[in-house]
Every structure is written in structure tokens, then in C-alpha cells.
Design a protein. Structure first.
Length: 37
């Protein structure tokens, strides 16, 4: 996974706000998986 790109995306409030709901939910699930690992 390109964690660097993910971190940049998550740390950008404007970019995050422009996402669709489904993308936000998918990202939240991905974050949970990463936390479990």
C-alpha cells in the first residue's frame, strides 16, 4: 500500500471533505484494518 499517499490524503481536510460518503466509509474501514494490524 502507498501509505505516504494515504497519509497525505487523510491529513488534508479539504481533500477529505470533497470525498463522497462511500469513499469516506471505505477509508474508515481501511483505517480500522490498519489499526488492527
Amino acid at each position: 500500500m502507498a501509505s505516504g499517499a494515504n497519509n497525505r490524503r487523510y491529513s488534508s481536510p479539504a481533500g477529505y471533505g470533497m470525498k463522497s460518503k462511500s469513499q469516506k466509509i471505505r477509508d474508515q474501514l481501511t483505517i480500522k484494518k490498519v489499526n488492527i494490524l
